[in-house]
Design a protein around this ligand. Structure first.
Ligand code: 3AM
Length: 167
């Protein structure tokens, strides 16, 4: 199965992101917009594995405690659009620790620098390059990280939480 570790959002943050998606949709010709239930922040992409227990153990070893995140700004990687987060040393430390533990367990985790982003749409075609999204700087407390399974069922991307580690 294809796994990744992520932060899932409170209803308030999710609703804010849904508003951002609506705003982007209204300025786009087409795009593959993230379904509300799929909104997440990826902390580590594990990829194909059958070793669920090893991934869980790495998550269980994390001892960073709860912390807050705040939405801030938006951007794009090519035709992928994202909402960003305010600078967050606690989040950066968590990701560094988690990714290293996963590597030490034998998972092939990318060494690319972590750029926290919430993907709100892919394959977006816009009329103009001058699109602005209104992203309110709302916050939430992160009190768990989730181990997610990613699969495509009848063309639809489905994410299922398999495990949650409380911080
Ligand atoms: O959360 P985002 O949208 O940034 O793009 C995939 C998604 O990222 C990413 O993992 C998240 C959950 O699927 N992903 C998929 N394949 C990947 C890979 N080979 C990958 N990230 C790194 N390497």
């Amino acid at each position: 199965m294809r796994l990744f570790v992520a932060i899932r959002f409170t209803p308030e943050v999710q609703n804010t992101l849904i508003d951002c998606i609506k705003e982007l949709k209204s300025s786009s010709l087409s795009g593959n917009f993230t379904r509300p239930e799929n909104l997440h922040l990826t902390l580590a992409f594990i990829g194909e594995t059958s070793n669920l227990n090893a991934a869980k153990k790495c998550m269980d070893a994390i001892s960073c405690g709860k912390f807050d995140i705040t939405l801030k700004g938006f951007g794009r990687f090519g035709d992928l659009w994202w909402v960003g987060l305010a600078e967050n040393p606690k989040l950066s430390m968590l990701v560094k620790d988690l990714q290293q533990r996963l590597r030490d367990c034998g998972f092939n985790i990318s060494t690319r620098p972590f750029r926290p982003h919430i993907t709100i749409a892919r394959e977006v075609k816009t009329v103009s390059d001058q699109i602005h999204l209104n992203v309110p700087n709302i916050s939430m407390t992160v009190d768990r990280i989730s181990l997610m399974k990613s699969e495509r069922i009848e063309g639809k991307l489905i994410y299922t939480q398999l495990y949650a580690k409380h911080l």
